[in-house]
Design a protein around this ligand. Structure first.
Ligand SMILES: [Zn+2]
Length: 603
């Protein structure tokens, strides 16, 4: 009785609110031609990881295959000539659709929705996400999978909701953020306003996760009503997925209470529980967010999938509150925790990604949840590079992926984008903008914050925040072009044949010495090093080599990110800069003296 009364109140509140527009809109980049750092890694991922992964998982429908299918679609955007991958994808799509039951249900449970611990909605969420990705991949020309996802969502909508429909506790959240993705896609492909009921269904799941007394548990974020949450708790993959759904349904449905809760929990996850590698969920027991300031290094869990969940959560936080924080958090988790999942040749990976570790990565795991999920996110990173403001008059450059053939619509005009850079090893960036027609707009370029978590202090400090440029591209047929870009410091290069401008700037990339909040016992008296977005690990028995965290091998013994502050002694190698050539990360002369070898023995 009590429960239905509460449900009634919530339903009344729901009727009185409307959607709040997103702060930004990310612009997907299906045609982006990537070069440099990211091309090297994505090529290896696509050649050495994805095909063998299909062999191991089998080309058939299933939760883990759905993530891998998304990664495969993104790989095919880069290389449409990969016919064998296209064939695998088509076989998978057919098989996955064939698994759907006539009333839209996807899953293996009989009876359905009788046991919250059976990953029923988790698998369904991945079905929806893969289908939404497939619709975009097919540019709207192949609706088979997408329509199946709509049938599944309609089935869920027929079962769950305010009385007389059922309430439920999602034992592994995920379907919530998937329904939000579907809401956007239905709006895009079938007409604005048509997707809103899927966003409302997501919000229903989020708001009612705590309804059923016997299913209340921190493990799956059902311990208290979502609107009361203050802290990131429980299983970290479940948590990040749930919180992404919370933030996303908050802005889509105009739910201010959920928005506040999402902000509080995000702060908790980043400012009190976030690792320097961007990983979350450090507690081994329960694969969970631990207590505040408890961040063990060697026994840290930090599953790849939790990093993926944080990535999706950042996307929703950006749309809820803007890009200032989300993209710093995203960059750290992508360049360290997620790239660090794989060996550099993409033949092996690790399920757990602790900052201190002696175990080499391995080719497979009995629970292969991360094997398609992490590639899905690494391949998707290009889609977070550019964003535009809701009014369409500001272009945001968020991430620095060397590339050509970027495309956005800004100021009512199609603008093509090329970005030249050696980032993440060098901060010099040249962005060339070419417009079809004369156009004026604002360009906001992210200067990364390297201390986006309150836990860490990095020295020297670097200026951060989005820098604004006024861009005016003026085309005059047959006449010399005039162009203007205001904002400092930058230089311009004019192209005589098009309305084009190149903006050059340099992101500050000093080598930074990082210390951690003293409340984190594990890191007391220790320092870590980062340069640009890359966190370093010291590797080998004698800790003689410093490598990017993502490139650690762990073959010669332990590797660790945090090292005693007073253990650093200069060596000849350091003076010659050899290590830094090895890592592809040159140091400038002024920094070289502060980084040095460390001949500490294992403690
Ligand atoms: Zn996983």
């Amino acid at each position: 009785m009590g429960r239905s009364a509460v449900v009634g109140v919530v339903a009344l509140v729901a009727a009185s609110v409307g959607a709040t527009p997103p702060q930004v809109r990310f612009v997907p980049q299906p045609g982006l031609r990537i070069s440099g750092f990211w091309a090297e890694r994505l090529d290896k991922l696509e050649q050495s990881w994805i095909p063998p992964c299909w062999k191991r998982l089998g080309v058939r429908g299933g939760a883990f295959q759905r993530n891998l299918a998304e990664a495969t679609m993104l790989a095919l955007e880069r290389h449409p000539e990969r016919k064998e991958l296209a064939g695998i994808l088509e076989r998978f799509v057919r098989d996955d659709i064939a698994r759907q039951q006539p009333d839209g249900y996807v899953g293996h449970c009989n009876p359905r929705y009788a046991d919250y611990g059976r990953h029923e909605l988790y698998g369904q969420g991945y079905f929806i996400e893969a289908a939404v990705r497939h619709m975009a991949f097919a540019k709207g020309r192949d609706r088979r999978y997408f329509d199946a996802a709509i049938r599944l969502a309609d089935h869920l909508d027929s079962v769950f909701g305010p009385p007389p429909k059922r309430t439920w506790t999602d034992g592994h959240p995920g379907v919530e953020k998937a329904l939000l993705t579907l809401a956007d896609a239905v709006d895009r492909w079938d007409g604005v306003g048509k997707g809103v009921r899927y966003a409302e269904l997501a919000r229903y799941f989020i708001r009612h996760q705590n309804d059923i007394a016997e299913y209340r548990h921190t493990y799956c974020q059902s311990h208290e009503p979502a609107v009361k949450m203050k802290e990131a708790v429980g299983h970290a993959v479940r948590g990040t997925y749930f919180y992404a759904g919370m933030a996303g349904s908050a802005w889509r449905c105009g739910d201010a209470e959920l928005a506040e809760a999402a902000r509080r929990v995000f702060e908790s996850a980043v400012d009190r529980k976030g690792y320097i590698t961007g990983g979350v969920g450090g507690q081994w027991a329960g694969e969970a967010f631990g207590p505040d300031y408890k961040l063990p290094n060697a026994r840290a869990y930090l599953e790849g999938c939790a990093g993926c969940g944080l990535y999706d959560w950042c996307t929703e936080m950006a749309m809820l509150d803007g890009l200032d924080r989300s993209e710093d958090v995203r960059e750290r988790v992508v360049y360290n925790n997620l790239l660090g999942t794989f060996s550099e040749d993409f033949s092996c990976y690790a399920y757990q990604n602790p900052p201190a570790c002696a175990n080499p990565r391995y080719p497979w795991h009995t629970l292969p949840c991360c094997v398609g999920n992490v590639p899905r996110v690494l391949e998707d990173f290009k889609n977070r590079m550019y964003a535009v403001s809701p009014d369409g008059d500001t272009l945001y450059l968020n991430h620095f992926i060397a590339s050509t053939d970027g495309e956005v619509e800004v100021g009512g005009t199609r603008v093509r984008l090329a970005l030249a850079t050696d980032y993440p090893f060098d901060g010099k960036v040249a962005l060339t903008l070419t417009a079809e027609r004369p156009v004026a707009f604002k360009l906001r370029v992210r200067q990364p914050n390297r201390t986006e978590s309150a836990l860490y202090t990095a020295e020297p400090a670097v200026p951060h925040g989005y820098r604004e440029f006024e861009v005016k591209l003026v085309a005059a047929r047959g006449a010399p072009q005039t162009l203007a870009v205001r904002g400092t410091p930058q230089t311009l290069a004019a192209c005589p044949h098009a309305a084009s401008a190149t903006i050059r700037f340099e992101l500050p990339m000093p080598l930074q010495r990082v210390t951690c909040d003293a409340r984190v016992k594990a890191n007391r008296g220790l320092v870590a090093w980062q340069q640009g977005p890359i966190v370093y690990a010291w590797e080998g028995k004698d800790f003689t080599q410093r490598v990017p965290y993502y490139a650690r091998l762990n073959h010669g013994g332990p590797s660790r990110v945090w090292m005693p502050a007073d253990g650093m002694v200069p060596t000849a190698e350091t003076e010659s800069g050899d290590w830094f050539r090895n890592t592809g990360c040159p140091l400038d002369a002024s920094n070289r003296k502060v980084i040095s070898s460390c001949f500490l023995k294992e403690r």
